[in-house]
Design a protein. Structure first.
Length: 148
C-alpha cells in the first residue's frame, strides 16, 4: 500500500493534478490497516485479502449489472422530471408574468415589509445616536480633565 500511495503521488505530481481528499483518506486508511495487519502477521498480503471485496464491488457497480442499474436509475429520474415539467413550466410562466408586471408598474412592497424595514432602520439609527452621545460625553470628560 505504501508503494501504491507513493506511485499515486508521483503520478499526480507528474501531471500537475490535485489529489482528491477522499482518495487520500482511503489510501491512508489502507496503509494503516496494512501496517496493523503486518504487525499481527508479517506474511499478510493486503492485495489478496482485499481482492474478493474489491472484485465484488467492481462487478456490482462498474460491471454490466451496475451499468444497467445506473441506467434504470437515470431513466427513473428522467421520468420523474418529465412528470414535473408541466408544473415547472406553469411556475416559470407565472414568474415571467410577474417580472413583466414589475417591469411595467415597478416593484410594489407589502405594507408589512415596509414596516419591518422602517423598524430595522430606526433600530440602527437609535444605536448610532447612542454611540454619538457616548462619544460626546467621553470628549467632554476628557476635555474637562485636561483643563483641570
Amino acid at each position: 500500500m505504501a508503494r501504491l500511495l507513493s506511485l499515486l503521488f508521483e503520478v499526480t505530481e507528474l501531471f500537475d493534478m490535485q489529489t482528491r481528499p477522499e482518495l487520500l483518506l482511503v489510501q491512508k486508511t489502507m496503509v494503516v490497516v496494512e501496517g496493523v495487519a503486518r504487525t499481527l502477521d508479517p506474511e499478510f498480503d493486503m492485495w489478496s485479502a482485499s481482492e474478493p471485496v474489491v472484485s465484488t464491488w467492481i462487478e456490482r457497480h462498474l460491471g454490466p449489472a451496475g451499468q444497467l442499474e445506473h441506467a434504470a436509475d437515470s431513466v427513473g429520474a428522467l421520468g420523474r422530471l418529465m412528470g414535473e415539467l408541466p408544473r415547472l413550466a406553469e411556475r416559470a410562466e407565472r414568474l415571467s408574468a410577474e417580472f413583466d408586471r414589475m417591469g411595467e408598474k415597478g416593484l410594489r412592497l407589502d405594507p408589512e415589509t415596509i414596516d419591518m424595514i422602517g423598524r430595522s432602520e430606526a433600530h440602527a439609527a437609535r444605536w448610532g445616536r447612542v454611540a454619538l452621545w457616548v462619544i460626546a460625553v467621553v470628549a467632554i470628560i476628557v476635555g474637562l480633565w485636561l483643563v483641570f
